[in-house]
Design a protein around this ligand. Structure first.
Ligand code: NDP
Length: 277
């Protein structure tokens, strides 16, 4: 059973979700439907993943009641202008085949293009109209967050950011805590690179009789951030879900956090300069 958080708008968010990039097509439907049947209830999609149709089909085939599932999608940079953002949300709905979307995020702030404030206003208005249940952001730095809150009076329920032991984002998480924003972690397993072979992590895994991926996911849960691991196969999906029946002690959490580095991002993904359309 997955624990849940209560968001600043009163809605619930599972404490762990399922990443869907780059799952699509028939194999993607099978994978996402399988994840739902195993117990995942938070599904992370985006317009730019080109798999909202896959996610909608997987929901229908899974047999899991729609109201139990929190579906996320994200607004791409090319649709930040107010009217374009509004249309984009409706196109997401049509592709998903749903009546409303549970969580819709602005995917990247794209600060040089500088249309993210009107994109946020569009999401605020769509939430008021009942089309979107919860709204939030992704890859927003503190300065982007304060600007949209000042402009609209509405604080994002969620900010989804790159977060893993190489990049623990302590300052960003502090800002989220002060504003009442729930953090979600993308790339939670460090995209399955060197991270899962780090001696600190494999040692803790050995002590607890868990896998390195489970230890890393447990670390996210204990930071209070919602990890969104992507795993194509049923075996890894089950492994990543089995993290609610053990705990890391404070020293283990601290040792894993100490893997963090200022340049610990996985790629060229600093939201102050990186833009995606
Ligand atoms: P992850 O850290 O989730 O790593 C995914 C990789 O880990 C895959 O190669 C997967 O392989 C492998 N893996 C999964 N489980 C295990 C395991 N138990 N042991 C070993 N390897 C494992 O990175 P992602 O970049 O996929 O991030 C997760 C999600 O976050 C994405 O799917 C997407 O939904 C979201 N995201 C959001 C971004 C944003 O800008 N907002 C940016 C990037 C991602 P396999 O599938 O073959 O098992």
């Amino acid at each position: 059973m997955i624990e849940t958080h209560t968001l600043n708008d009163g809605h619930h968010l599972p404490a762990l979700g399922f990443g869907t990039y780059p799952l699509r097509g028939p194999a993607g439907v099978e994978s996402v439907a399988g994840a739902l049947r195993q117990g995942y209830r938070l599904i992370d999609s985006a317009v730019n993943y080109e798999n909202e149709g896959t996610v909608g089909e997987a929901i229908r085939r899974s047999g899991v009641p729609r109201e139990e599932i929190v579906v996320t999608s994200k607004l791409p940079g090319r649709h930040h202008a107010y009217a374009a953002a509004t249309t984009c949300v409706y196109e997401s709905l049509y592709r998903l085949g749903l009546e409303s979307i549970d969580l819709y995020l602005i995917h990247w702030p794209n600060p040089f293009a500088d249309h993210y404030v009107e994109a946020w206003q569009a999401l605020v208005d769509l939430q008021r109209a009942g089309v979107l249940r919860s709204i939030g952001t992704s890859n927003f730095l503190p300065e982007h967050l304060s600007r949209i809150v000042a402009a609209t009076g509405v604080t994002p329920a969620v900010n989804q950011v790159e977060l893993h032991p190489y990049f623990p984002q302590a300052e960003q998480r502090d800002v989220h805590d002060q504003l009442g924003i729930r953090t979600e972690s993308w790339g939670p397993l460090g995209q399955a690179g060197q991270l899962l072979h780090e001696p600190v992590i494999t040692a803790v895994a050995g002590e607890l009789g868990r896998t390195p991926a489970q230890v890393v996911l447990r670390w996210h849960l204990q930071l209070g951030s919602v990890p969104l691991p992507k795993a194509a196969s049923p075996g890894r999906q089950a492994e990543n879900l089995a993290v609610f029946d053990f705990e890391l002690d404070e020293a283990q959490v601290a040792a894993i956090t100490a893997l963090g580095r200022l340049d610990g991002r996985l790629g060229d993904s600093d939201p102050g300069t990186h833009e995606e359309f």
